[in-house]
Design a protein around this ligand. Structure first.
Ligand code: PMP
Length: 334
């Protein structure tokens, strides 16, 4: 089969059982390989869906100038999709962006607005949003995609990977473990999977320093996961539990995934792997845990896979000792 363009290659990602990493035969851990999307991440799905639905509704037209705030992956996905649709695109990013992502955006010839000031929570999200709003006032035909509040974000995951999982898997799923930022992924995937598996427990993975589930704001280095402001898409009532991991544990998870499974994945995938390690001792044998590996490791060569960075984050983890044993346990959000 010959596809018309790169966007037709989004989705249809495989499932892999992580049996080398999680050797307890009584627990099945399955990963959806979202890192195999052509733009390199899970964010290809919402980028395409939000553009397509915007075009269908008339909100977006051929002269539109797409503007979006992103920690990297959505910006790359939008740059790819806007190129195919012939749309102008401006990415509002912050200094935490991985250098590979910044380089890729330049190669896609996206317009780049780099913010520099942190918000009151110590992150850049609010500053990025303020910049988007200013650009929308200044640029002709600007359209803000608004991934933090656009329902087509979560719907892309509901109709996308969640529907695929249901068609791919021949057993019941008991736990869904997903890293959250805009929350589009966890909301969309859990809503669809709960229809099929009503007993499903939805476990969000958040990073220490993120305020998504009431955590204290603080320094965090890994892009993609966590948030410094609670997004409109997040509906905490639909989430059963939250597991916190820090940057060091996430990097460790990435390194273990590479070591045992040969999967070269990005920071939030390592966060999910570490979270599953904390979850497993608390769940009944025979359970099936599903996770999503959101992006590839290439974009994290100067973070997760860099020895100096790893040592620095390791020292922070042990010195500060900000993760005592209690934090390792599940933290209820209700
Ligand atoms: N992992 C990675 C690598 C991401 O780029 C993102 C999106 N920022 C997420 C996880 C979280 O996804 P969502 O925004 O849908 O919550």
């Amino acid at each position: 089969m010959i596809h018309n363009n790169i966007l037709d290659c989004i989705g249809k990602t495989p499932l892999i059982r992580l049996s080398r990493m999680f050797t307890d035969q009584s627990i099945t851990v399955v990963a959806k390989m979202e890192l195999l999307n052509p733009g390199g991440s899970i964010k290809d799905r919402p980028a395409l869906y939000m553009l397509q639905e915007g075009l269908k509704s008339g909100l977006i037209h051929k002269d539109s100038h797409i503007v979006e705030s992103s920690s990297g992956n959505l910006a790359i996905a939008l740059a790819m999709a806007c190129k195919i649709y012939g749309l102008k695109f401006t990415a509002v990013i912050d200094p935490k962006i991985a250098s590979a992502n910044l380089q890729m955006l330049k190669l896609y010839k996206a317009n780049i607005e780099m913010v520099s000031e942190k918000d009151q929570n110590g992150g850049y999200l609010k500053t990025r949003i303020d910049t988007v709003q200013r650009l929308c006032r200044q640029l002709p035909n600007a359209v803000w995609i608004n991934q933090y509040a656009n329902p087509n974000n979560w719907k892309s995951h509901y109709y996308g990977e969640a529907e695929e999982i249901i068609n791919q898997i021949d057993r019941s799923i008991d736990y869904l473990v997903v890293g959250a930022s805009t929350s589009g992924t966890i909301m969309g995937v859990s809503r669809r999977l709960k229809e099929k598996f009503p007993h499903l427990k939805v476990i969000a993975v958040d990073i220490v320093g993120s305020v998504l589930f009431g955590g204290h704001s603080g320094p965090r280095e890994i892009p993609g996961i966590g948030a410094s402001t609670v997004p409109a898409l997040l509906s905490p009532d639909e989430i059963d539990d939250v597991i916190y991991v820090d940057d060091y544990e996430s990097a460790l998870g990435c390194r273990e995934l590479l070591e045992h499974e040969g999967i070269f994945a990005g920071g939030s995938s390592g966060s999910s792997i570490s979270a599953i390690k904390k979850l497993i001792p608390t769940i009944p044998s025979g359970s099936c845990v599903l996770t999503l590996l959101a992006d590839r490791g290439d974009r994290y060569l100067d973070l997760v896979y860099d020895e100096e960075w790893f040592e620095m984050i390791k020292r922070r983890h042990f010195n500060k000792n900000h993760l005592n044993q209690e934090n390792f346990n599940l933290q209820s959000v209700v």
